[in-house]
Structures are given as C-alpha cells and as structure tokens.
Design a protein around this ligand. Structure first.
Ligand SMILES: Nc1ncnc2c1ncn2[C@@H]1O[C@H](COP(=O)(O)OP(=O)(O)OP(=O)(O)O)[C@@H](O)[C@H]1O
Ligand SMILES: [Mg+2]
Length: 310
C-alpha cells in the first residue's frame, strides 16, 4: 500500500497572511526512511511549510497526514510522531541540558525512568553526554544548536524536521550534526532538512525539493535534478559588444546573458556559435563548459544563487 510507505503527506497545503500568499497549494510526499532536503531562497516558504507540517501554525488550506494520522483531526497523535527543531533556539539558558530535555520529555507525557533513559539517549546522539549537568548558557553556540536537536528527539519521533540546523555553528558542531542526521536515518528515522547550504544538501539528502515563491518547483534525487535542469551549457565571456555577440549566437543556440557572459546551449554544435560571434566582430575572452551540479540546477530553476541569498 502506498500509504504505508509515506511518512508525511502534504496535500494542497497553503498559507495566506492577509493579501500575501506565503505558500500556495503544495503537494509533497515524504517517504519513510529518507532524508528530504528543502532548498530555496529567502522567503520561498520553507519555514511556513514545515511549520504547517508540524502543527506549529494553522494552514489556510490543505491537509497534513503524518504517518497515516491526519494532523487536523488528531493533533496530539500526529505531533507525537514528529520532532520539530526550529531555527531559533528554544531552550532554557538557566537550566542544565538534562533539565531542559526532561522538561521537553514531560511535554510529551514522558516521565520518570523512561524520561531519564530518553534524555541520556538524546544527549548521546548529539554528542553532549559529558555536558549533561552544565547550565545551557555556558554552552557554545554550536553545542546549544545540538541540544536544540536533542530537544526534538527526546520523544523518539518517526519524523525529524530540522529548519536550518547549521546556521552559525562551528565546523566541528556542523560535522556532529551531519553525523547525528546520518545515525538517525540509519536507525530508521525519516528526516526533513532545510538548508541554505548546497553542500549540506548534496552530502546528506536522498531527495531534494526546491521551493520558490511559495511552491515546489522541482523534486527528485540530485542526479535527477541535475539531469533535468542543470543542462550542460557553455559559458562564453565576451570582451566588447555583448549585445551584438548575443544576437549573433542566438541564431545557433539558446542564449541567456549575465553581464559579459553568454550561457549558450548550441542547437547544432559549438563551432557555428563561435563562428557567428567572431563574424560579428566581437572578441571572445573565454570559453568554458559549465559544470552540471545541483547549484546550476537551482540557479536555472530560481534564477538565484543560494550563496547570494544565504
Ligand atoms: N507571520 C507572518 N506574517 C506575515 N508574513 C509572513 C509571516 N511568516 C512568513 N511570512 C511571509 O511568508 C513568506 C515565506 O516566508 P518563510 O519564512 O516561510 O520563507 P523561508 O523560505 O523560510 O525563508 P528563509 O530562507 O528566509 O528562512 C515570506 O514572504 C514572508 O515574509
Ligand atoms: Mg525559513
């Protein structure tokens, strides 16, 4: 059965804030056991989408089903199945790690010996076992971020949802967070991972959903997205009249222009493109074949470089 294979189903899910539509009407199925990356420029609607999926904000339209449970109909049952790790830290600075996690466990109705066991487990997963009794305000930023993840884990959810978990962390904590995500997936947990960092998504995710303007514009494995959207274009840098070179090249290729660089996809080989540009009297400064990567796919889909918007 299809339902048994899906961890999260979003159907026609959308959110309006007054006149502004933050998320249109989104359909997404997250498979059991996968790490799904959610990539998109600022304001794409990533946080709004996962906040609706986790029951933190109420959708304007659409439906959320968490492992077979309708979130609107059985919110407590659905929420117990997922762990939401918000981008902003949600921790009590004056309390120790153990006290924080014991509190979060209690929110899910976990008390006593089971709570103690879960707290120890969650701290171990994020590599903070030796700092359990330290007060959180004495933690580094990266350690606080790891504890924030532990807070989302303490009730052992089937689905872990991370909103930009590595923003502002040191490389060591970042590696730790990567290892945590991999370990959890290996243990059977499903993960949604929102990030601005292409390398993180490439390193971690089984599939990637690219969001822009409140909609998912592409979804697939990285090789699928690269094959479909990145193309294998060629960059030609022009020294001189770029507009003239563009017109000349356009007779033999699909051309897009960015400052002094033409990105061309030749219709019948590169030679006629070069000949036409040179015949127009313009000098070619550089020719380079564009590497097909997730980054070029993202650029082709959104028109934005992720680094520019991070
Ligand atoms: N509480 C709110 N009230 C009004 N508008 C909102 C609210 N929350 C989000 N929006 C708007 O919804 C859109 C999507 O925002 P969202 O935070 O989901 O984007 P995002 O993809 O997470 O961006 P970022 O990469 O910056 O975190 C934006 O235009 C934002 O201004
Ligand atoms: Mg966000």
């Amino acid at each position: 059965m299809v339902a048994a294979m899906s961890m999260l189903e979003l159907t026609g899910l959308g959110k309006d804030y007054g006149d502004r539509t933050a998320v249109k009407a989104l359909d997404l199925v997250v498979k059991k056991g996968e790490i799904l990356g959610l990539l998109g420029p600022n304001g794409a609607g990533k946080t709004t989408t996962i906040s609706m999926a986790c029951g933190v904000i109420t959708p304007t339209r659409g439906r959320v089903v968490v492992s077979g449970t309708d979130l609107a109909k059985q919110p407590r049952v659905a929420k117990a199945k997922l762990g939401y790790v918000p981008q902003d830290l949600a921790l009590y600075e004056e309390l120790s790690a153990t006290q924080n996690l014991t509190y979060f466990a209690a929110l899910y109705g976990i008390h006593g010996a089971l709570a103690a066991e879960r707290v120890t487990w969650a701290l171990g997963v994020v590599g903070l076992g030796d700092r359990a009794t330290d007060v959180v305000k004495t933690y580094s930023g990266g350690m606080q971020r790891r504890l924030n993840i532990a807070a989302g884990l303490v009730h052992k959810p089937e689905l872990l949802v991370l909103d930009e978990p590595t923003v502002g962390v040191d490389p060591q904590s970042r590696n730790h967070i990567f290892e945590t995500v991999r370990t959890l997936r290996a243990s059977g947990m499903t993960v949604i991972y929102t990030s601005h960092y292409m390398e993180e998504v490439e390193a971690l995710c089984d599939r990637v959903a690219i969001m822009d303007g409140g909609a998912i514009t592409a979804l697939g494995t990285i090789p699928e997205l690269v094959a479909k959207y990145a193309g294998k274009g060629i960059e030609i840098e022009i020294a001189g009249d770029v507009a003239a070179a563009e017109t000349a090249a356009a007779a033999h290729a699909t051309v897009t222009r960015e400052h002094s660089v033409l990105r061309v996809e030749p219709t019948a080989g590169l030679a006629p493109v070069i000949a036409a540009i040179e015949a127009s009297g313009v000098t070619i400064a550089r020719i380079e074949s564009r590497q097909a990567s997730l980054e070029t796919a993202f650029l082709a889909l959104t028109g934005k470089a992720l680094r520019d918007v991070a």
